[in-house]
Design a protein around this ligand. Structure first.
Ligand code: NAD
Length: 254
């Protein structure tokens, strides 16, 4: 039995990952704001520290795999909440549990998004995130929009993951990202119902080469693959799981 830990396992993609790991007999410790082994608000530094402290207790012998899945959609306000949960709720917790991952030569998957590759993101915001400057990132995003907050947080998360790869690999820890496309979850239900983003989402959903949105299980399958020894030489990769939408929009960029 392996020990996995994750954020955002209460609903959607995270819940599907949790179910798959539990079904094969593994232990899964979930950090979430609700319905979790460790209830913590990852938008705050106190919540992140609580999560790290409790993971040290509940996974004292080490962590075989960690999934940073908690996230908020572009419809959420204030926009700084998206920044705090999607980027810092992932990076700070991973930094805080590196020793536990090293103990088991574990692997990490961060959940980015195919929207991370969309054009027009604000460079000052991205740089503030990549410089680990939470106050500045929150200050900048207050004057921007939900798209920048969301896609920017996912872009910076993928780049943070790639920058971190050599340092973690030197400790025997693999890290990768999945970049899901549109997936049927409570998050997308809320964005579809949103006045500002609903129509854009409808239009975007019609441009999926596969012709349909993913189920959470489809994304979970890819995450579980990236956690497994079957992917043992995959390090620092961003795996687009989006029915071909990124290839449609950016065929020549990879
Ligand atoms: P979801 O809303 O079902 O799941 C998000 C989870 O994050 C929930 O369990 C929620 O409780 C948790 N969470 C939210 N705020 C939190 C906080 N402050 N502290 C702790 N936990 C918190 O949505 P989902 O679609 O399953 O999203 C999972 C991940 O996949 C997110 O990171 C999301 O950005 C990403 N993603 C989703 C899609 C999609 O189309 N659904 C596409 C690309 C990427």
């Amino acid at each position: 039995m392996k020990t996995f830990a994750m954020t955002g396992g209460a609903t959607g993609i995270g819940a599907a990952v949790k179910e798959q790991l539990i079904a094969r007999g593994d232990k899964v410790v979930v950090v979430d704001i609700k319905n979790a082994n460790i209830e913590a608000d990852l938008s705050t530094s106190e919540g992140r520290q609580h999560a790290i402290d409790q993971l040290q207790v509940l996974c004292a012998y080490g962590i075989d795999g960690f999934i940073a899945c908690a996230g908020l959609g572009p419809h959420v306000t204030p926009f700084s909440l998206i920044t705090q949960v999607n980027f810092f709720g992932a990076t700070v917790v991973i930094e805080g549990i590196t020793a536990l991952l090293k103990a088991k030569q574990g692997s990490v998957v961060v959940v980015s998004s195919n929207s991370a590759a969309l054009p027009g993101l604000n460079d000052d915001y991205l740089n503030a995130l990549l410089n680990n400057d939470e106050d500045k990132a929150c200050e900048i995003i207050a004057d921007l929009d939900g798209h920048n907050a969301y896609a920017g947080s996912k872009n910076a998360l993928a780049r943070w993951m790639r920058r971190k790869t050599p340092e973690l690999m030197a400790q025997g820890i693999r890290i990768n990202a999945v970049a899901p496309g549109m997936t049927v979850t409570p998050l997308t239900d809320q964005v579809f119902a949103d006045e500002t983003y609903g129509q854009a989402m409808q239009d975007f959903s019609k441009m999926i080469p596969a012709g349909f949105m993913a189920t959470p299980e489809m994304i979970a399958d890819s995450i579980v693959f990236l956690l497994d020894p079957a992917s043992r030489y995959v390090c620092g990769s961003v795996l687009f799981v989006d029915g071909g939408q990124d290839a449609l929009l950016r065929a020549d960029n990879f």
